[in-house]
Design a protein. Structure first.
Length: 226
C-alpha cells in the first residue's frame, strides 16, 4: 500500500495553495514589524524581543514551506504556467520575511530606538510598507481562481487591478522614505554618527521590503503575460 505524501495531504495536488500559504506567512512576518517598532519606540525591549522571536519563527515557517514546495512540486504540471515560473514567484515571496527578519534583528541587537521627531513618520512609513505586502497577498490569493479561469476574463482584470494598486502603494512608500530621510538629515548634527548611519540603513531596508512586495506583483504580472 502506497504511503501518502504528507505535503500532498496538506495541500492537495495543486501547487497553488502552498504558494498562497507561503505568501500569507510572508505578509504576516512583515506585519509583525509594526508591534516591533512600537515596542522599540517605547523602549520596551522585552516586548520587542518577543515580537522579534515571532518574526524569526514565521521566517522559519516560510523557509519550511518553500523547501517543501521545491521538493514536492512535480516536474510536469498540467498548468498554463511553467514550473520554473512558480518557483521564481516563490523565491520573490521568500525575500519578504527574510528582510523583515533582518530589520528586527539589527534593531534588537543594537537596541535601536527612533528619534522622537521621526517616530510618527517612521510608523506611517512602516504601515504603508506593510500594506504593500498585504496587497501582494491579495493578488496571490486570486491565483487559483485565475488558473481556473485560464488566465482570462473577469478574473484576469481583477488581478491586473490588484497589481496596479500594489504599484501605487509602493510608490507611496518611496515618497514617505524620501520624506523621512530628509527629516533625518535635518537632525544629523544632533545625533551620534553611528546612530545616523544605522537609521539610514533601517529606512533603506523598510523601503526594500515594499520593493520586494512589489516584485511579487511584477513576477505575477509576467506570469499573466505568458
Amino acid at each position: 500500500m502506497a504511503i501518502a505524501n504528507p505535503f500532498s495531504l496538506m495541500f492537495g495536488k495543486s501547487p497553488i495553495k502552498p504558494i498562497q500559504e507561503h505568501m500569507k506567512v510572508a505578509s504576516e512576518t512583515a506585519g509583525q514589524l509594526i508591534p516591533f517598532f512600537e515596542a522599540a519606540i517605547e523602549g520596551d525591549w522585552e516586548k520587542a524581543e518577543k515580537v522579534q522571536q515571532r518574526i524569526s519563527e514565521l521566517e522559519n515557517d516560510a523557509d519550511d514551506l518553500k523547501k517543501n514546495l521545491r521538493l514536492h512540486l512535480p516536474k510536469s504540471l498540467f498548468l498554463p504556467v511553467p514550473r520554473s515560473d512558480l518557483l521564481e514567484l516563490l523565491s520573490m515571496q521568500d525575500r519578504i520575511p527574510n528582510r523583515a527578519k533582518d530589520i528586527a534583528g539589527i534593531m534588537l541587537g543594537r537596541q535601536m530606538g527612533v528619534p522622537k521627531p521621526l517616530q510618527k513618520s517612521m510608523l506611517n512609513f512602516l504601515v504603508a510598507t506593510v500594506a504593500t505586502s498585504e496587497q501582494a497577498l491579495k493578488a496571490i490569493g486570486e491565483l487559483d481562481e485565475l488558473l481556473e479561469a485560464g488566465f482570462s476574463g473577469r478574473e484576469l482584470k481583477v488581478v491586473e487591478k490588484l497589481i496596479k494598486d500594489l504599484d501605487v502603494l509602493e510608490h507611496k512608500t518611496d515618497k514617505l522614505q524620501i520624506k523621512i530621510r530628509a527629516s533625518l538629515f535635518k537632525l544629523e548634527a544632533n545625533l551620534p554618527p553611528v546612530e545616523v548611519m544605522f537609521l539610514y540603513r533601517i529606512f533603506e531596508w523598510v523601503g526594500d521590503l515594499a520593493d520586494r512586495s512589489q516584485a511579487v506583483g511584477s513576477r505575477l504580472q509576467m506570469l499573466l503575460a505568458r
